[in-house]
Design a binder for this molecule. Structure first.
Ligand SMILES: Cc1cc2nc3c(=O)[nH]c(=O)nc-3n(C[C@H](O)[C@H](O)[C@H](O)COP(=O)(O)O)c2cc1C
Length: 325
């Protein structure tokens, strides 16, 4: 399939694996890229720029296809060594970066000078427009269904995507809730040039996470995610578990007085406990409503091939057939 996104990134299929903390290691990025999609290493999961440089080199050993790095800009008192991470990306010869979180404007000049294509992930049309105006090459539009941080506007992709289509000039991909070929076709129909998947790629053979995580996603329905940290205006969609129930009870009890310090036990250090040790009640970890559509643990190649053949037969048979009738 050829779209503005496959052309921009030099990939076969318009399917991107979004950055995921403690999931987006070289193994997954390489598997997605080898399957014809775009795999992304999650920059900040590597605790230093030196470790990121090693992860990039490891990924390069596993694939000769294009892959990228996610750089998430978080508000923080002690920010990570962003200049160091940007340098590791440039020196590592990576040509695609997914930015997320805060406005990436400060980091665009060095990235663009190095010939890197930047896709910025955002949850609102106004942020997507901003990304376009500062020179991002594409945007990933994350709807309310998404795993992770859906923002505070709560607009689902059914409205968000056509709003993006009527507003943006640069290409965009639909992110949040996607796991099937039918959704890829719908996203293309709504004006997107591809899709970005998070949760769906965790439940794959190559995702280097504990089996308990994959099993939990397969077992979950679309009703099993919760929104946490809403009172802190840092909303995150997570899979429900005992830790999340504790967190929500605190939010209810403390109301508007709640502070980040109050919920540290349920949010700090949770990712290694969940993803590496498989302690499924450790606390809040991002997971999307698409869990309800995930019923198996295929390889990345099987997943992408299945999505592409479903998309193709939908377009050629079902849709084309309706016109013929
Ligand atoms: C476990 C997990 C961790 C994530 N970590 C990050 C991250 O570190 N940075 C980021 O930009 N997005 C992160 N995301 C968001 C994904 O890149 C993607 O935008 C989102 O998962 C899309 O929604 P979906 O899960 O419904 O496919 C994460 C998502 C999940 C499920």
């Amino acid at each position: 399939m050829k779209t503005r996104i496959t052309e921009l990134f030099g990939i076969k299929h318009p399917i991107i694996q979004g950055g995921m903390h403690y999931v987006g290691f070289a193994e997954l990025a390489a598997a997605v890229s080898n399957a014809g999609g775009l795999g992304l290493i999650t920059g900040l999961t590597q605790r230093s720029p030196e470790l990121l440089a090693k992860e990039i080199a490891r990924c390069r050993e596993m694939t000769d296809k294009p892959f990228g790095v996610n750089l998430t800009f978080l508000p923080s008192v002690n920010p990570p060594d962003y200049p160091g991470y940007v340098k590791a990306i440039i020196d590592g010869g990576v040509k695609i970066v997914e930015t997320a979180g805060n406005n990436p404007v400060k980091w665009l000049p060095p990235l663009k000078e190095a010939g890197i294509k930047v896709i910025h992930k955002c949850t609102a049309v106004r942020h997507a427009l901003k990304a376009e105006s500062i020179g991002c090459d594409a945007v990933s539009v994350d709807g309310f269904e998404c795993g992770g941080h859906p923002g505070e506007d709560d607009v689902g992709n059914w409205v968000l995507l056509p709003r993006a289509a009527e507003t943006l000039k640069i290409p965009f991909v639909a992110s949040g809730g996607v796991g099937t070929g039918s959704q890829l076709v719908a996203a293309l129909a709504l004006g997107a040039d591809g899709v970005n998947l998070g949760t769906r790629f965790i439940a794959t053979v190559e995702a280097p996470v504990h089996q308990n995580v994959k099993d939990a996603i397969v077992a979950a329905s679309e009703l099993d995610t919760r929104l946490v940290m809403r009172p802190l205006r840092n909303t995150e969609r997570v899979l429900n578990n005992a830790g999340v129930e504790r967190l929500l009870a605190k939010e209810k009890a403390l109301g508007a007085d709640i502070k980040f310090e109050d919920i540290i036990p349920e949010v700090a250090g949770v990712y290694p406990a969940i993803m590496i040790e498989g302690k499924m009640d450790a606390g809040a970890w991002s997971c999307g409503m698409v869990a309800g559509l995930i019923h198996d643990i295929p390889t990345c190649q099987e997943l992408i091939d299945r999505m592409m053949s479903e998309a193709e037969s939908l377009i050629r048979q079902r849709l084309e057939g309706m016109l013929a009738a």
